[in-house]
Design a protein around this ligand. Sequence first.
Ligand code: ADP
Ligand code: ASP
Ligand code: MG
Length: 418
Amino acid sequence: MRIFKFGGASVKDAASVKNVATVLQKEGHEDVLVVVSAMGKTTNSLESIVETYLNDRGQLKAVVQELERFHLEIIDELLDKDKDPLKEKVKSLTQELLQFLEHNKSPNYSFVYDQTVSFGELISTTIIAYYLKTIGLPALWLDARKCVKTDSYYRDANLDWEETQKQIMAQVNGSNLIISQGFIGSDSNNFTTTLGREGSDYSAAIFAYALGAESVTIWKDVPGVLNGDPREFKDTVLLHQISYREAIELAFYGASVIHPKTLQPLQRKEIPLYVRSFLNPEGTGTAVSKGKTLDPYVPCYIIKKDQVLLKLSSLDFSFIVEDNIAQIFGLLATYQMRVELIQNSAISFSVVVNNKYNRLEELLVELRAKFKVTVTENVNLFTVRHFDRAAKEKVRSHGDKILLEQRTQKTLQVVLKN
Ligand code: ADP
Ligand code: ASP
Ligand code: MG
């Protein structure tokens, strides 16, 4: 079996959905399981529906209707006839969402978030499976929540591998073409959970692992994995081959083309991952597999924007030693700061963190009670894997001031402020 994953950009409108069908016709659709994301920026729209639910409930009906209208317009463009049953299905899904929001009693934000945003994938796959059937592809719609079993850590759920394996084996049996959702799963009470933003790549890897798939192909709006995000760097080149290990490193440092959790399950079973362009399916793309670290062997550039640099020193000029560092890390964990880079000297300790959950102020109150703290917000962290002399100059041109620099044998990291 092969696993394909189509992300939001590849199903953003009617023309894109037609293109998905073309890709499937060209690539073959037998023994293929397709994992699909929400259409375009739908997950963002659903996040703002959650905000409306919390802050402006009177507007709820209107915003859900807007979501419905967006999808109904795509259906109108996609199909000339026999579209009413599909429109009814989509309307009943948006109705279900509205009902949930109108009757929900749970005060748990993350629970409400997951029950809401999952509708993006449920709607997109409903439309796509129906469309494929009308053009003669025998698509079967599969509810990923029956297969992908997780704990109840809503918004960032952890997989129950054993149960997931069991359910996938039970649900997926010898079908021709299966269409399922990325990003979503369910907990032991069958409440919907999600795997974290951009988690659909990971879903594809989960299905692949459980099925012992032949390969995973993620279809993107770029020719494959490049040696830098083309939105940020000029003159990028296509990487034809990357080893699992190198791909894990790139994803870890923030190369957002592959979700970081995707690679481990594939590596464990040595299932190759192909990153290819849905705009140019003839292209060979990138293969992530056992083999050469990097082909061609070039520096790879990664940027993480909007990070926070904290510089801590002791109030009395004493050394920053193990117990202080333990204390600092304890606080960083408590306030959910992802640590991107650390550097220490005798009396100071610098750390770059990602303030993803907006808890910097709370953290600073605690840190300032114990240390002298300097904070620089909105810094950019550049990472260059396999750097050479020219690489540093290239990174330098992206900011005015270097605040911190660190290098190991293979990796250069630079914190820059504009
Ligand atoms: P999806 O549609 O699957 O959600 P994403 O938008 O998450 O796709 O990922 C594709 C985008 O990733 C590209 O448009 C590109 O801007 C960005 N990107 C970041 N780093 C890289 C890289 N090293 N190579 C290619 N694309 C990259
Ligand atoms: N739709 C989800 C998101 O936008 C998951 C994904 O696309 O990977 O985050
Ligand atoms: Mg995405």
